[in-house]
Design a protein around this ligand. Structure first.
Ligand SMILES: Cc1cc2nc3c(=O)[nH]c(=O)nc-3n(C[C@H](O)[C@H](O)[C@H](O)COP(=O)(O)OP(=O)(O)OC[C@H]3O[C@@H](n4cnc5c(N)ncnc54)[C@H](O)[C@@H]3O)c2cc1C
Ligand code: SF4
Length: 447
């Protein structure tokens, strides 16, 4: 059914992508070759039986298709919307060699939306084991681990520092890409399995890690919510935000509706977003919906932008100006931001990942007028809790070191998601969480 028109999009925060109609879904699913060795499944970090659910959609059996997906994926309506399928399952679809690959993500979303409209069924639990597991953080890693552990019959307590569950799904990804009622419905289903959610509990501050010692196992899913800054003059001026803070103010605290909601955000007419990833696109498109003229400054070339192609396309359609091969050197202003000075960059040798290394061109600077600067240059693991646990091995970036099974150097502690990998993807966090939950159940003797 395509995307909403640009004029309609900019009126509110409603979802841009309208998804597939039943007729479109059947037609798309009918293109699937039902490969005997389906390459697409190899590209799925949670191993969804893709040909099976696609075949059910082709037959018009939408609810059975959703049931089939749910056996491997507890968050299908979310994944159908935000997974980078073009580099995962769809990248490996055999049809992609000659024509367009099957639109697996759209079909997953379609089946999950049909199921939600009819009413979701709470997954069954095994017999109670009497074992207690604490899960810290309710992003995709924590919520999926909690669901898997509840299915295995354990008593699960899920601690979340914020006043709403979901992690980045709730506070980071804007509702024009991921509507909050979709997130709520999938999380509520997991909570309905008997998971005890404790909001406003910052473990390591309002709850000490020693208080968790009574649990039989602990799973850390505290994410990578620590924003990095450029370290340039002017970063403390009023009107400078990290993308995390800016998006949290709007997605979670509804600053766009201040004073109806308590949290304000700076008035913005001209916004400069620094960075080129998905988070930068989300921040830029959000600022655009706040009525601002938005310029994105990225230090490499347009073809090097790390964001998904679809996100870049949507941002450009919505009128966001891209200035590439440029990097900020100073934010200007007295108390509040009035502009940003940037230097032009040239591409030199390649780094280890094959990307060009940008180098500044001496004295080639320019200034952009703006009243808000949003920095989106990456984020690292949240240190509040992991820095306090004695004997927990950490990598150079502060990430918790785990084995393939999610175990850490502490015998009772497992970890999954961005706190182990650094900023990654929803489905990677979910894949790690499923594995860590399996390992915990094995350790507790219930598998
Ligand atoms: C703006 C943005 C857009 C993104 N877009 C996409 C996308 O389109 N597709 C995609 O696949 N990925 C995307 N990502 C990445 C993806 O969201 C993350 O990889 C994923 O959410 C990681 O899940 P997680 O559960 O490990 O961590 P998080 O989602 O960060 O959740 C961690 C949770 O732990 C809580 N917490 C932290 N410390 C404590 C503590 N001490 N006590 C209690 N609770 C604690 C936090 O409040 C948070 O709720 C995006 C990320 C951002 C920031
Ligand atoms: S690889 Fe493509 S065509 Fe083959 S089963 Fe998977 S989705 Fe269908």
């Amino acid at each position: 059914m395509g995307d909403k028109s640009v004029a309609d999009r900019l009126k509110d925060f409603g979802e841009v992508d309208n998804g597939l109609s039943p007729e479109e879904a059947i037609e798309e699913a009918s293109r699937c070759l039902q490969c005997k060795k389906p390459a697409c499944v190899d590209g799925c970090p949670v191993n969804i039986d893709i040909p099976a659910f696609v075949a059910l959609i082709a037959k018009g059996e939408f609810l059975k298709a959703a049931e089939s997906i749910r056996q491997q994926n507890l968050l299908p309506a979310i994944c159908g919307r935000v997974c980078p399928q073009e580099t995962q399952c769809e990248a490996l679809c055999i049809l992609g060699k000659k024509e367009t690959p099957i639109r697996i993500g759209q079909l997953e979303r379609f089946a999950a939306d049909q199921e939600r409209a009819k009413g979701l069924t709470v997954p069954a639990r095994k017999t109670a084991t009497g074992k207690r597991v604490a899960v810290i953080g309710s992003g995709p890693a924590g919520i999926v681990a909690a669901g898997e552990l509840a299915k295995d019959g354990h008593d699960v307590v899920l601690y979340e520092s914020l006043h709403a569950p979901g992690g980045v799904l709730t506070y980071g990804i804007p509702s024009f890409r991921l509507p909050k009622d979709v997130v709520k419905a999938e999380i509520d289903l997991i909570l309905a399995m008997g998971v005890d959610l404790r909001l406003n509990h910052l473990v390591g501050r309002t709850v000490s890690h020693q208080e968790l010692e009574g649990y039989d196992a602990i799973l850390l899913g505290t994410g990578a919510g620590l924003p990095y800054f450029m370290g340039i003059p002017g970063e403390n001026l009023s009107g400078v935000y990290s993308a995390n803070e800016f998006l949290t103010r709007i997605n979670l605290m509804h600053a766009e509706r201040f004073p109806e909601f308590d949290t304000p955000v700076a008035r913005m007419s001209r916004v400069v977003v620094v960075g080129g990833g998905n988070v930068a696109m989300d921040a830029a498109r959000t600022a655009r919906r706040m009525g601002a003229k938005v310029t994105l400054v990225y230090r490499r070339r347009e073809e090097d932008l790390p964001a998904r192609a679809a996100e870049v396309h949507h941002a450009q359609e919505e009128g966001i100006e891209f200035i590439t091969c440029a990097n900020p050197v100073r934010i200007l202003g007295d108390q509040a931001v009035t502009g940003i000075e940037c230097i032009r960059m040239q591409m030199c040798n390649l780094d280890e990942s094959g990307r060009p290394i940008p180098e500044p061109i001496d004295n080639d600077t320019f200034t952009l007028d703006c009243d808000v600067v949003i920095q989106s240059i990456g984020q690292g693991p949240n240190p509040v809790l992991v820095s306090q646990i004695p004997g927990l091995d950490k990598g150079r970036a502060g990430n918790v070191v785990t084995g393939d099974d999610g175990s850490t150097s502490h015998p009772k502690i497992f970890a999954a998601g961005d706190v182990t990998t650094g900023a990654a993807t929803v489905i990677m966090a979910m894949g790690g969480a499923k594995q860590a939950a399996r390992s915990i159940s094995e350790m507790l003797g219930s598998r």
